[in-house]
Design a protein around this ligand. Structure first.
Ligand SMILES: [Cu+2]
Length: 306
């Protein structure tokens, strides 16, 4: 579903305030419209040829001051308690780091797993710490009714607690450059046991790279593996299996061109990811923060992916 119905604890809290205010607004709209029409008929010229001037009606004034004030105060009360609820994550929340960059999201879990879609277990609160590597982005999960700006140089937080299994949209709400519209992902809520297995498996994969050459470790640590498989599994980016020495069709400033995937090509892919963009893929590959030595290791590693 494009915009899903409210879910999670925050969804319920936000909707309560929203519908409370909406109900009062609709009631007042009805009351005022009714009185307007009624007075127009009741006090029309034929029935009331000489207009009379009404001076002071103390009770009327008290009523129309006190009732709206009380109504507005209850709205403030519900708004404030809802706001406090949304601002304070429970202590037992699962923590996930979120890095936004032009134009993708990266999620980093406490055990080191990295993903491009946010995987969470059902029924457990999740606390996100959000930062940006480049410009201001906005993390927005409409189904959970939560939204937070993601600003370079600072860490903002946000929390939610999913109450049902499913897949929910995430959008970027700050116009952050050309491919802003493609900067969306999903929150995937899994049953507890399924999540536990996934989390464990990810941990084992990380452990498995420990004894491997530096290039393989970097490929994992720098999050390349999140978008590139080294077998044929499709991910956000093309598989890197058998890339070296192959011919690739790329778009350079909108023009199609055939290039040999040699060392120059691999290096350029890392230094200027959006200069030679593989045909059929969006230019979402982020500029990793890589040292010269790390680039060399990664290139050596990619050359060996047969
Ligand atoms: Cu963005």
């Amino acid at each position: 579903m494009f915009i899903s119905w409210a879910t999670g604890l925050s969804g319920g809290v936000v909707d309560q305030v929203f519908f409370y205010i909406l109900a009062i607004t609709i009631f007042l709209l009805g009351l005022i419209t009714f009185l307007m029409v009624y007075f127009v008929i009741r006090y029309r010229k034929e029935r009331n040829p000489r207009p009379s001037d009404v001076h002071e009606n103390i009770w009327l004034e008290i009523i129309w001051t006190v009732i709206p004030t009380l109504l507005v105060l209850t709205m403030f009360y519900y708004g404030m308690t809802g706001f406090n609820f949304l601002k304070k994550a429970p202590a037992d929340a699962m923590k996930v780091k979120v890095v936004a960059r032009q134009w993708s999201w990266l999620f980093e879990y406490e055990n080191g797993i990295k993903t491009t879609e946010l995987m969470v277990p059902v029924g457990k609160p999740v606390k996100l710490s959000l930062t940006s590597q480049d410009v201001i982005h906005g993390f927005y999960a409409p189904a959970f009714r939560v939204k937070q700006d993601v600003v370079p140089g600072m860490t903002n937080t946000l929390w939610f607690q999913p109450t049902e299994v499913g897949s929910f949209d995430v959008f970027c709400t700050q116009y952050c450059g050309l491919q802003h519209a493609t900067m969306s992902t999903k929150i995937v809520v899994l049953p507890t046991e399924e999540f536990r297995q996934w989390y464990q498996k990810g941990k084992e994969e990380i452990e498995a790279t420990k004894g491997k050459p530096r290039g393989a470790q970097l490929f994992q640590e720098k999050g390349c593996i999140v978008c590139h498989s080294i077998d044929d599994t499709p991910r956000a980016g093309p598989t890197l299996k058998g890339l070296f020495g192959k011919n690739v069709t790329v778009m350079i400033e909108g023009k199609e061109q055939n290039l040999l995937a040699d060392e120059r090509y691999l290096r350029k892919s890392l230094l200027e990811p959006n200069a030679e963009v593989v045909k059929g893929y969006p230019p979402i590959m982020p500029l990793g923060d890589l040292k010269e030595e790390e680039i060399n290791e990664l290139i050596n590693y990619m050359k060996e992916l047969k």
